[in-house]
Design a protein around this ligand. Sequence first.
Ligand code: HXC
Length: 262
Amino acid sequence: MAYDNILTELRGDGPLKTALITLHRPKQLNALNDGLMDDLGHALLAFDADPGVGCIVVTGSEKAFAAGADIAAMAKYGFQDTYGGNFITRNWETIRSVRKPVIAAVAGFALGGGCELAMMCDFIIAADSAKFGQPEIKIGIMPGAGGTQRLPRAVGKSKAMDMILTARMMDAAEAERSGLVSRVVPADRLIDEALAAAAVICSYGMPSVMMAKECVNRAFEGTLSDGVAYERRLFHAMFATEDQKEGMDAFLTKRAPVFRHR
Ligand code: HXC
């Protein structure tokens, strides 16, 4: 399907493909408006439901992953437009319901809602050109798409406070040191590296991939005891899958596993 504000394509040559979603409002540095967030939500749900897709990569341009929510659109809003219109929840949180892995491949600016969108993904691979920030305070607001919650969980309270209260940006090296991103790669290798990571994920059995994602996310939702109990139940359930039989037999017979991917 063709969208106005994003580009989509399927990549990879295994049985499971990677869906590559490119945010595409280049003149506005991919500022996130309703149109873009509607398109992104629609594409994410479609790829999540597609049995031929094993992983999703979300990226932007060389200059900007996304420079934030669209300030021109927000400038006109009053309280009732945001509260009554369910601003953010209406179309920003779709990504949270995606059950397959979503990798953010970030080059250039990931600011405000752009940084928050990247943090909503399962992990972030950064180009060495990436710059992360929550500069909302400079325009008289504060983060509103989870930044005050996810940033401290990722980088700790002190750094999160520093970034949110001073609006300073973090470069890729600091982001990796702080745990915000999983790896930093040369800018001209970003998409290839993200697709390579996605292809590795696509080579595994989908039940283990999806249940592992679900369990890691639990680590951020409740208590340690609840999370460990949840993990234990899904771990037990894995012994009902063909992938577990195949994976373990392949190891013991010294051959490559052939996962069914269904
Ligand atoms: C709308 C934006 C935009 C944004 C950039 N543009 N960011 N338009 N919303 N968030 C537009 C500019 O107006 C400009 O349009 C064009 O993109 C290029 O930007 P420049 O500023 O000319 O580029 P540059 O000098 O390279 O500076 C890049 C930048 C700067 C540092 C990223 O654009 C910037 O500071 N942008 C705003 C960042 C920000 O405050 N983000 C947080 C937004 S609030 P024209 O037409 O002039 O060429 C937010 C809240 C989230 O995200 C809450 C949850 C939804």
